[in-house]
Design a protein around this ligand. Sequence first.
Ligand SMILES: NC(=O)c1ccc[n+]([C@@H]2O[C@H](COP(=O)([O-])OP(=O)(O)OC[C@H]3O[C@@H](n4cnc5c(N)ncnc54)[C@H](O)[C@@H]3O)[C@@H](O)[C@H]2O)c1
Length: 436
Amino acid sequence: MKIAIIGLGFVGLSLTSVLSSKGFNVIGIDVDKERCKKISNGISPFFEPDLEKSLKNGLKKKLQIESDVSLVEDCDLIFVTVGTPQNKTGSIDLSIIKNAMLSLGKSIRNSKKQHTILIKSTVVPGTMKDVILPILEKNSKKKAGKDFGLISNPEFLQESTAIKDTKFPHAVVLGGYETKYMKKVKNFFTKLHPNVPIIITNHQTAEMIKYANNSFLATKISFINQLSNICQKIPGANVDDIAKTIGLDPRIGGLFLNAGPGYGGSCLPKDMKALIKFAKITGVKPILLNAVEDVNIKQLEEIISLAKRKLGNLESKKITILGTSFKPNTDDIRDSIAIELIKRFLKRKVNVTIHDPRAINNTKNVFKDKINYAKAVKDAISGSQCVIIMTQWKQYEKLTNNDFKQMKKKMIIDCRRILVDKQLDADYYAIGFGKE
Ligand SMILES: NC(=O)c1ccc[n+]([C@@H]2O[C@H](COP(=O)([O-])OP(=O)(O)OC[C@H]3O[C@@H](n4cnc5c(N)ncnc54)[C@H](O)[C@@H]3O)[C@@H](O)[C@H]2O)c1
């Protein structure tokens, strides 16, 4: 069996390296030639733990990296993992996937193989039937379900654990018709993940499952963030003890209950926006989803107003931000809440210095010389009037009084509550802890 994966980003490259390191005959395809060159040399274009190791393993076996989509011609399974970013109105921008489907359709036109195409990219319900299928049929001059298989296969991996999640998913969702193609794909996944539940449903339900998943996770985060704001007003209250305890209730579950500055990243904000837009189109008022988003947007204002209350007018104040990646163990800053904080500080003419163990280059691409970049945490903190811990990188958990010695005014806002036990000699605020 030969497998093609179109789009070598976080999802596609993780899948490419995992399948090829297992010995499958894989061809990874991306339109970005520079990206392909790096990947062919065993270098990941972004930081993701264990990815390079897995990629190098694959390259030693039967992995081929190419930029020409027509090479899918002799592949049995074709996974589509191109980006579906949000457009200015908040809906998903389908232009990338439409382009990819156009070239894919043309590429399979003269092929004798009975390909199965699996769409992993996140798309709103109806996209498969109304957009993807017609483009493929028109350009391939073939019929879906008869000449080729078309299956919705949403992806649930998390960046920073993408390889583990690709190897051990919690579920596999297959949306489409009960055809011979579906049977083949079900067989493939049963062998690949023997003990993982496989949910077979129709396209629109599979598409909706992905949005249900992410909007529920966002809801949990906004819920705990709202509680954390209340806790902050109750002297001595501790949001972590609350989260830990409610998380023990199996009806609730402990994950995604870490209070903080709000959710960010390449998926939750865009998927929430897309679902809200989509709900409105269906005529449903997305009251809860709107509230979840609203809490998230306002969460940053809580942090800014705390800084304002303690420092006065923020103009020209020297503020250090520790962590710009949207979560630890990634260099991805797409829709990172720390990036949004910097933007809001720049509007207030704050003198911003940042540190991040992995994401400095990506941050530089956004802010150029508008902010200062420090390679060492010590340098980022030196002379600062306020340090804000945004991302829970392990190295920040080790900070002690000694590291904050060179601050001008010792104010620390710890959005992740990682230094609460350090008895810091500073004006220290842990988000979600009521100061006694
Ligand atoms: N990143 C995540 O954590 C995650 C998790 C689950 C689902 N998803 C979804 O999966 C999809 C991919 O996400 P990502 O973060 O991996 O995207 P990404 O933007 O990191 O990567 C997409 C890749 O596709 C390539 N590409 C674009 N057009 C192409 C074409 N016509 N042919 C070949 N390659 C092409 C781009 O060059 C890029 O390398 C999105 O729909 C996203 O919402 C992402």
